[in-house]
Design a binder for this molecule. Structure first.
Ligand code: SF4
Ligand code: SF4
Length: 195
């Protein structure tokens, strides 16, 4: 038969254990003196999205091909994309669309990560940065593609396991594309008439 108040007693016992234990065991200190002290950011932490770029040029290296899937799937509709009329080559040299405008309203974003899950190009990932507050009430949290762009090295730093898996996948794709191009070049050379 359940004892009335047993749950409350159990909770209080746990609270007391943590309270007194925090004087002797550092593992029981559940708070830190933020911002002077900071807890280490966990690898699977997620805050707000950013756009990944490869190489040294953030705009030329953006992986985004402006397919607009993330824009359509974002539940609060805080992604705004406009396609450019000019294409640029992707990492295997294939011409792809690019975004002329890519904005995310961070004041609306709910950090659900759906944009990341639906992106077929590994172009958008979740950042661990959370200190975005600023004094600009009008547009201070509307991030454009320049502000959203972060390098693949940064991605490797914050999510090493995930980024390494994607690097491997992209290396395989690149290798296959190179083999295909080489085979096509050899086939074309064989067809050339002998002079
Ligand atoms: S981030 Fe990904 S899903 Fe969104 S537009 Fe770019 S390529 Fe498409
Ligand atoms: S994390 Fe969610 S709310 Fe934020 S931009 Fe992506 S899909 Fe939209």
């Amino acid at each position: 038969m359940p004892v009335f108040g047993a749950g409350i007693m159990k909770g209080m016992r746990e609270t007391a254990r943590n309270f007194f234990g925090s004087y002797t065991d550092v593992e029981r200190l559940t708070t830190v003196q933020y911002p002077e002290e900071r807890l280490p950011v966990q690898e699977n932490a997620r805050q707000f999205p950013f756009l990944v770029y490869d190489g040294d040029d953030p705009m030329a290296g953006l992986r985004c091909v402006a397919c607009q899937i993330c824009e359509k799937e974002c539940p609060p509709q805080c992604i705004i994309i406009e396609k450019d009329t000019v294409k640029k080559p992707d990492f295997v040299g294939k011409p792809q669309m690019q975004a002329k405008v890519f904005d995310i309203d961070m004041s609306v974003c709910m950090s659900c990560q759906i944009c990341v899950e639906v992106c077929p190009f590994e172009a958008i990932k979740m950042d661990t940065e959370f200190e975005l507050s600023n004094t600009d009430r009008f547009g201070g949290l509307l991030f454009d593609k320049h502000r959203l762009a972060k390098s693949n090295d940064y991605y490797r730093d914050i999510h090493p396991t995930e980024a390494a898996a994607i690097d491997r996948k992209r290396e395989e794709t690149l290798k296959k594309a190179e083999e295909k191009a080489k085979a096509a070049a050899e086939a074309a050379a064989k067809k050339e008439p002998v002079a």
